[in-house]
Ligand binder design. Structure first.
Ligand code: FAD
Length: 382
């Protein structure tokens, strides 16, 4: 029986494990975090993601598309909130069924892990962090976080699905001639919450991705199943305005009152959440190649982390899983054939999406605020 070790049991790790286990591969997954299914996090407090056709197609390959879409909220277009004046919806497509879907990250991860738990070929070790991979001895160093000890694990074939700060990628960089670059945006992000109205309804139009475009910065909001919205504020780390310009709660409230006036009465705990919630960084990771012979491969954000403005990071990672599974079938599971072909087929596409994601930040924060642009888009869709 073929065996593979996956480092990272997040979105791409869980889906890939499922696909490979169903192909008769013995899959062992090491995941740094505790099992999300055991954690008591309220739905709606974790971040949500836009799921689109690329991701749905991959989920369909494991029969999970309907189950995931049943817990998703369709978004028909961008709902633009100007500083003054009325809001407008710019549809994504010409017909009502051309939508993207808001899904909860945690709920999706739970659905994937539940499906994986039903596969007899797959084992997931939670709270097991990979700290190194020795390519020469083909040994992973795994830290059991609960027991507080480190062990060496023999792993002749490793796939790094461990996200943007991949430990597997670092090990590969240190022992192969891998090219690598990471590019941070000057902007970071912070999440804020619009809770449901007292009568349990949504406080904004639920079937839309809300945008407050303000030129050099913006805020967006996606709906959650519990009828709340998760807002994400994208602002420069430094400058005017910038995350470093808010010494006091009053400064936050005054900035929001000036720039996002209609959102102020909706965000229940504005200064509190602003100071409590972390500010995240936004990075594009490019590297090549993503593999070493038929022994190690990077997939998902570990290979190509992108900024979130095109809503395609997860979708693209899911597409990676689908392409890898197809290549596995075509080449009878011969990793020496599969890994280079996977890299050759995915690299140009993921480079293109990385650039589109950077470009779309400009469009979202600037152009969609331009009334002429909004009108043009509406006429295109008439
Ligand atoms: P991850 O989801 O990061 O999973 C990696 C897993 O590996 C995690 O479970 C982690 O705990 C584990 N891990 C990490 N290191 C180790 C280690 N050393 N040992 C063991 N385990 C480890 N994408 C979309 O498609 N649509 C969106 O709308 C969207 N919005 C986004 C908004 C924001 C603010 C951000 C930051 C990203 C967004 N993305 C979106 C991108 C999306 O989140 C990622 O592309 C996606 O999560 C990548 O999946 P992954 O499995 O490759 O990595």
């Amino acid at each position: 029986m073929r065996e593979v070790t996956l480092v990272g049991g997040g979105l791409s790790g869980a889906l890939l494990a499922l696909m490979l286990a169903r192909r008769g591969v013995k899959v062992t997954v090491y995941e740094r975090r505790a099992d999300v299914r055991a954690e008591q996090i309220e739905e709606g407090r974790s971040i949500n993601l836009a799921l689109s056709v690329r991701g749905i197609h991959a989920l369909n390959r494991v029969g999970l598309d309907a189950e995931v879409l049943a817990r998703a909220i369709p978004m028909r277009g961008r709902y633009i909130h100007p500083v003054t004046g009325s809001c407008s919806l710019i549809p994504y497509g010409r017909t009502a069924d051309e939508v993207i879907h808001s899904v909860g990250r945690r709920g999706l991860n739970v659905q994937l892990l539940d499906a994986l738990a039903r596969e007899k070929n797959a084992t997931v070790h939670f709270q097991h962090r990979c700290t190194n991979y020795n390519l020469r001895t083909q040994t992973l160093t795994i830290r059991d976080e609960a027991a507080g000890r480190e062990v060496g694990v023999e792993a002749p074939v490793v796939i790094g699905t461990d996200g943007a700060a991949s430990a597997v990628r670092l090990a590969l960089m240190q022992s192969t001639r891998m090219n690598y670059s990471q590019e941070y945006l000057d902007h970071g992000y912070k999440e804020l919450t619009i809770p449901p109205a007292p009568d349990g309804t949504f406080r904004l139009e639920p079937n839309a991705l809300h945008i407050w475009p303000r030129g050099g910065y913006m805020m967006i909001a996606l709906p959650n199943l519990d009828r709340s919205f998760t807002c994400t504020l994208f602002l420069p780390h430094r400058g005017e305005p910038g995350f470093d310009q808010f010494p006091m709660p009053e400064a936050v409230t005054s900035f929001f009152t000036r720039t996002f006036p209609d959102a102020v009465p909706l965000i229940a705990d504005l200064p509190g959440e602003f100071f409590r919630n972390p500010t995240g960084g936004l990075v594009t990771v490019r590297c090549s190649p993503w593999y070493s012979e038929g022994r190690v491969l990077l997939l998902g954000d570990a290979a190509h982390a992108i900024v979130p403005f095109f809503g395609q990071g997860m979708n693209c990672a899911f597409e990676d899983c689908e392409v890898l599974a197809d290549l596995f079938d075509e080449h009878g599971g011969n990793w020496d054939e599969v890994f280079p072909r996977f890299f050759a087929s995915r690299k140009p596409n993921t480079d293109a999406i990385a650039q589109l994601a950077l470009d779309n930040f400009i469009e979202m924060r600037d152009t969609s605020a331009d009334p002429h642009f909004a009108l043009k888009r509406q006429l295109e869709h008439k």
